[in-house]
Structures are given as C-alpha cells and as structure tokens.
Design a protein around this ligand. Structure first.
Ligand code: AQP
Length: 332
C-alpha cells in the first residue's frame, strides 16, 4: 500500500494556498485508502523569529483545521512533529549526509534569509538545516509520496538525494519518496502581488485568503485582487499573472480548467465575482466544521495524542535501523 506523508508549519493562519496546494489532496488520499500520516511540523516554525505562545496556538489551530477540512483520524495519523522524537534523531544523521553547499542552494533559504537580514534579525542556523529536518520527517515514515505545493518540490528533491546517498553508503535503509503536486493551483499567488506566492507568514494579509476569513472578507479580497490594465481574459501566467491566478482559483474551486475558463469570461469583474462566490462556497463547510471542533479542544488533543503514539510506532524501528546502518553502537 502506498504510504503518504506531508506536513504544515504553524507559522501563520492557514491560507487558500495551503488548502489548494496541499491539504485538499491530503483529504482525497485519506479517503482513497492510502496509509497516510500528516503532521503539524512545529519544529520548523522555530527557524524564523517566533512568539512561543503564538506557535502553540497556531499548532492547535492547524490541527483543528486539518480535521475540519476532512482528515479522518480513524483512517489517517495526525500528529504534532515535536511529540515524536524520531524526527530530531534522524535529522542529525541526515545532517551528516547532506553538505552545506546543497543547503545554501535552496530557494526558500535564500528568500527567507534575505528577509531575516532585512528585518535586522540573525539568520538562524536551523533555517539552513530546515530541509534536512524535512527530509527526516519524510524518510522516518518510509513515505512513497509527499503531496506538496510547488514551493516544496525542491525540498523533496533534496530528500530523494539524501535517501539515495545514505542507501548507497550504508546499505538500503530508506524508501526514496516522490513529490506530487496538484494539476491546478500548485502555486497560488498573492492577490495583491501576483508575482509572489500567497504565504501564510507574509505581513500584509490583504492579498491572502485565510481559511478562517468570513465570507465577506473573502469576497472583498478577491474583488480587490490586482489584475492588469488589459481587458481580455487570457490564461498567461507570465504576462498576466493576476488574471491567471484568478483563473487558477476558479478552476480549482469548480474542478474546471483555467484555459477553458478564460474563454468563458468577457471581463475581469465577472471573473472576480464568480471566483469569489466559488471560493466562499468551497470554504463554507470547512469554516462551519472548524467552529464545531474548536469548541471541543479535548477531542483535538486526544486525536493528537493517539496520532503521536501511532507515528512513533512507525518511525522508531526505521530510525533505529538508520542508527545501526550509519555505524552507531546500539545500546546493550
Ligand atoms: N501559495 C501556495 N500555493 C500552493 N501551495 C502552497 N503551500 C504553501 N503555500 C502555497 C503548500 O502548503 C503546504 C504547507 O506549507 P508549509 O506550512 O510547509 O509552508 P510553506 O510551503 O513555507 O508556505 P507558507 O504557507 O507560505 O508558509 P510560510 O509563509 O511560513 O513560508 C506545503 O505543501 C506547501 O507547498
């Protein structure tokens, strides 16, 4: 049976980009019977300037939203990364497998280290080693597939390289995973700056649809989306990124095709209105279910406890095997 692993960082409120790029597909694979593990990867939230209380709140909120989106804890394993020690244990072995050159080439490291320096903050060493911890997240579970948005495919490529290198040097230990991205909306762009990704930790929320935004706010943000001064509705991500982004959102929300949808609209206004309606309807059940679950945090905490227990059971033997393979003496 195919094993799936993916995670989400509690660095901000979850966005429509997180949902369309990743979470929605997690729910699909979960419903189609794959063996799936999903994690709120809180250790990754410590790689940039953070507020401890906020990380804790966002971790719980992310778990609640994943359940509200439709993950079924009877079928999949949902847990918090820091509750399972195997991630950090394996990460060290992979730091002894990776080189600093390959980590410095990571696009996310380059982007986020520039931001940290511009804000007058030091660049945390963990920001550089982040992709190694992410590789440990995936390899600790022997995952075959990693459903992610486009921005994470480079990190999954690195994970593959590390798995292959480790296997070649120390004997077959890890499954070599592959990233899977959605056909549409693999990279949802910011509505106010459609040349950059819609990111949950961005300071300006005007271009970001958060999963918990109310219907009116979602409509307002989409109606105010930056397009361009042209009039024709064309699907051209390079020349017309704002319009292409709206077409992607509309297609993703209605199971349509962005190129075909471009032929349906005569004006940007009509496209924005229909996209806003479609996104509001897409998110409505999730928001309603979130309100119910948020009132029962005891249930969410229990799901996370059970999930961590199951996750440990899967990861521990695999990580122990890696410790032996690399040359460490097992405890007597
Ligand atoms: N804009 C996006 N479009 C499509 N997919 C996206 N993802 C994130 N943003 C978009 C996917 O969501 C999953 C969880 O993301 P993450 O928590 O690992 O964080 P990230 O990839 O670094 O993106 P964020 O949400 O923008 O966080 P910050 O601002 O903290 O960097 C991943 O599968 C990701 O691809």
């Amino acid at each position: 049976m195919t094993r799936i692993f993916s995670g989400i960082k509690p660095t901000g409120h979850l966005t429509l980009g997180n949902y369309l790029g990743a979470v929605r597909r997690w729910v699909e694979v979960d419903q189609h019977g794959a063996e799936a593990l999903f994690s709120v990867v809180d250790l990754h939230a410590l790689t940039v300037e953070h507020d401890p209380g906020r990380v804790r709140r966002l971790s719980r909120q992310a778990a609640t939203l994943l359940l509200a989106a439709g993950l079924d804890p009877e079928r999949c394993t949902l847990f918090v990364q820091s509750h399972v020690d195997e991630h950090a244990r394996l990460s060290y072995l992979l730091e002894c497998t990776a080189t600093d050159g390959e980590l410095r080439r990571m696009i996310q490291y380059k982007e986020k280290s520039v931001l940290a320096r511009a804000a007058g903050e030091g660049v945390r060493l963990s920001l550089l080693t982040y992709p190694v911890l992410m590789a440990a997240d995936i390899l600790a579970y022997g995952a075959d597939e990693v459903p992610v948005g486009e921005d994470q495919t480079q990190h999954v490529e690195l994970t593959r390289d590390l798995a292959v290198r480790f296997n070649q040097r120390y004997g077959h230990t890890f499954t070599v995973p592959r990233a899977t991205a959605p056909k549409v909306a693999a990279r949802v762009m910011d509505l106010q700056d459609p040349t950059s990704k819609m990111g949950k930790s961005h300071a300006n929320g005007a271009g970001i649809v958060y999963l918990l935004d109310d219907a009116e706010t979602v409509r307002r943000k989409i109606m105010r989306a930056v397009t361009d001064s042209g009039r024709d509705v064309e699907y051209d991500r390079e020349a017309r990124p704002g319009v292409a982004n709206l077409l992607d959102l509309m297609a993703a929300a209605t199971d349509g095709n962005p190129e075909e949808l471009a032929g349906v609209y005569q004006s940007y206004g009509a496209l924005k209105k229909d996209t806003a309606d479609a996104v509001v309807e897409l998110l409505r059940p999730l928001r309603e279910r979130h309100a119910e679950l948020a009132a029962d945090q005891g249930h969410v905490d229990q799901v996370l406890r059970d999930g961590a227990e199951r996750a440990r059971g899967v990861a521990r033997p695999l990580v122990d095997r890696a410790y032996r393979a690399i040359g460490l003496l097992p405890p007597g």
